[in-house]
Design a protein around this ligand. Sequence first.
Ligand code: HEM
Length: 75
Amino acid sequence: MTFLAGPRACIGYRFALMEIKVLVFTIFRDIAFELPSPAPKIENGPALITRPIIKETDGTSKNTMPLVLKLAQHE
Ligand code: HEM
């Protein structure tokens, strides 16, 4: 997303970023993230920086993040 730069740059830049953060928070607040069952084996994988990788039973590894998304229960 670009807001351009220079004297005619978007003056709503900071406000728009804050709005996006509020939107993302509002959506994610209602979602619970859980590991699937049975939980996969997660290890540290070297990939420029250390990343979590899924280790399969046959020794191969996958760059995926299996998650179960549920509606969060708020009190
Ligand atoms: C995702 C949201 C937004 C994007 C991507 C965006 C992008 C841009 C871009 C690219 C320009 C330059 C246009 C040009 O000169 O041709 C611009 C200008 C402008 N934007 Fe935004 N904008 C966003 C949100 C907002 C918001 C929330 C406001 C006000 C609260 C705002 C107010 C303005 C104003 C007043 C200008 C004219 C600035 C000037 O010409 O001096 N924008 N915007």
